[in-house]
Design a protein around this ligand. Sequence first.
Ligand SMILES: Cc1cc2nc3c(=O)[nH]c(=O)nc-3n(C[C@H](O)[C@H](O)[C@H](O)COP(=O)(O)OP(=O)(O)OC[C@H]3O[C@@H](n4cnc5c(N)ncnc54)[C@H](O)[C@@H]3O)c2cc1C
Length: 319
Amino acid sequence: MKILVIAQQKDGKATSATLEALGSVSGFGAELATAALAEDAQAFAGELAGAGGGKVFAVSNAGLKNFDLKIYSAVCKELIDKFSPDLVVAPSAGSGNSLLASLAAKCGGGMVSDIISLRIDGEAPIATKPQYGGKALSEISSNGSDAPFFVTLRPKAFEPATAGSGEVVTESVSDECFTPSLTVTESSKSGGETVKLEEADAVVSFGRGLQAQENIPLVQDLADSLGGALGASRAVVDAGWIEYKHQIGQTGKTVTPRLYVTVGISGAIQHLVGMQSSKTIVAINKDKDAPIFNVASYGIVGDAMEIVPALSARFKQGG
Ligand SMILES: Cc1cc2nc3c(=O)[nH]c(=O)nc-3n(C[C@H](O)[C@H](O)[C@H](O)COP(=O)(O)OP(=O)(O)OC[C@H]3O[C@@H](n4cnc5c(N)ncnc54)[C@H](O)[C@@H]3O)c2cc1C
């Protein structure tokens, strides 16, 4: 079996979701290759080789500086044609879903997005995907066609690769791949976010129970004391308290941190589908019958205005 991992980088370093993608296939004994695409991919490719990336195809080109689906898809298609993988794996975060959907269409292969587990049965990759907001799990395999099977991985669902062996192969692809479909006129960093929501080990999410936008520093302080990121319910996003990029749930992001803390969130199903796979859930709500307590590992019944500052103070003490 041959497996190709399509890596993602941020500021020249492999993302944690990429290391999880390498970790997801490390035990299969397959012939492994990794695609490292960047404006200058050498250091990035070296990092992937050291993390067990197998044969790491380093493709460097100015056209790879920003994610342009047309360019990335054309380059990866050439790598797929050269390497002929049976399985192609990428993080679902960032550009992974759109890139693999495009490649699956070009190659005529099947694709499953946002999977939470992967195994090989004989020579057949089998992916597990949550359905109906996590109420059912589907096992999905390829229909046996010669085309590769494409999967994207849910962040935090797989253990990251730590170390391994690999070699960097400087790869060239045809010039036609680099015909852009868009021009980036300006880039700027949004927010002052220090921890990326999908990659955070701890997420503190707040809802309407926080009472007012002015109280957001209370939950931000708790998130900071845990080294985590800030999430939100749709109610407070719709109210304009915080940007949409923080929304967790059916119409927002799906997260699977080790610790998920809810502050003044009732626990509507549309919120639960975005967070209920979290390892440990702590719910703070003044209503002891709030549905969030049905999925919580630990529940604190009381006023968030008193509990949240007390927790932050305790975590800052290291308690
Ligand atoms: C198609 C569709 C898609 C949706 N997508 C999403 C989505 O992606 N994400 C999402 O979150 N929602 C989504 N929703 C909305 C969802 O149904 C709920 O309306 C929303 O999640 C409720 O947000 P909330 O828990 O902040 O507010 P509320 O339901 O109003 O709950 C507030 C909670 O705060 C508690 N509280 C009040 N005061 C305090 C206090 N002082 N201390 C502690 N607790 C207190 C209350 O007891 C209550 O449980 C969607 C809805 C639809 C129809």
